[in-house]
Each structure stands twice: as C-alpha cells, then as structure tokens.
Design a protein. Structure first.
Length: 181
C-alpha cells in the first residue's frame, strides 16, 4: 500500500489527485464482473464520478498551472484485480478501495485545513471529494463487515501527522469511533 505525502499547495493537490482518481477508476471498472448488483452500482458510480472529476482537475491544471508537471502516481494502492472474480474480487476491491478513499479524504481535508486552496472551485471540489468518499467509505466498511466479518477490515495507510487521520473527528464533524473510522 502507498504512503500519502503532504500536500504542498493547490496545484500539488490536483496533481496528486488526478492519478489517485485514475487508479480508482481502473479498479472500479473491474466490478462489472461482480456478482453483486450493489458492487456493480458502486463501480459504475466511481467510474462516472471520478472520470468527470479527472477531466475537471486536468482542466484546472491546464488553465491555472500550465507549467506544472504532468500528474503521475507517487505509488499504487490498489492491487491488480483483473484475475479475480466473485467473492474474491469483491473482498479485494473493498479492502483496497477503503484505504484508497481514506487517502483522498485526508488529502482533501489537508488542503482545506491548510488554507492552500487558491480557487473557490478547488475548495468546493475538495469538500465534495471529502464528503462523497467518506459516505462511500462508510458503505464499503459496512459491506466488508457484513459479508466477510470484522477481521476483513484493511489496515489504514500510513498517514503520520496528516490532518483528519483516523481517531480524529470525521470530515463531516461527527465524533470518531473507537476503531478510528
């Protein structure tokens, strides 16, 4: 699993978020093969939402930061799901996507808390990513426990010193749970 690095500004946030979203879209496309309708719906939703967000972020980078480097992934968080099917596919996707979403939530929260968003559109976008992926993460967590038991929960990615890390208040302001989610 990857390690999140600190956000150093708005262009850095966008440059990190583009490949992060691209990785999620690639993984979510695999859910077309899931036997569960709810997993198929989740996959379609992630592909649709995050593909549109990728185009929006690339547009902002081109418009506001034309000299910034091309977004490239710092590391990968998702395993190759192409050889998996059935329960194995669903479980692996949920175990990988849950921490993947947590990183996007924390990246967005870090940008917002640091006051580094220079454009209101990016601040609104970061809030939307934070809140939308928080809701999806809670649903994925519920499915993991319901379908595979509490022992199936993934480890949290390494985010030392990052605002919004597990055990702190959630992005929507609710109190943390004892499990840090």
């Amino acid at each position: 699993m990857g390690e999140m690095r600190p956000i150093t500004g708005e262009s850095d946030y966008l440059s990190q978020m583009v490949p992060h979203h691209e990785e999620a879209v690639t993984a979510a496309r695999q859910l077309e093969r899931s036997d569960r309708p709810e997993m198929q719906r989740l996959g379609r939703s992630i592909v649709e939402t995050q593909s549109a967000e990728i185009e929006k972020m690339k547009g902002w980078l081109a418009q506001w930061y034309p000299s910034s480097p091309t977004p490239t992934p710092a590391s990968t968080m998702m395993r190759d799901l192409s050889g998996l099917s059935g329960e194995e596919l669903d479980k692996a996707f949920l175990q990988d996507m849950l921490p993947h979403h947590m990183v996007a939530i924390m990246m967005s929260q870090q940008l917002l808390m640091s006051g580094q968003a220079q454009h209101s559109e990016v601040a609104d976008f970061a809030r939307s990513v934070r809140d939308g992926q928080h809701d999806e993460a809670m649903q994925m967590r519920q499915w993991l426990v319901q379908w595979y038991g509490a022992g199936s929960m993934p480890c949290v990615p390494n985010m030392r010193g990052m605002p919004g890390m597990p055990g702190m208040p959630s992005p929507t302001g609710s109190k943390p749970s004892p499990t840090g989610s």
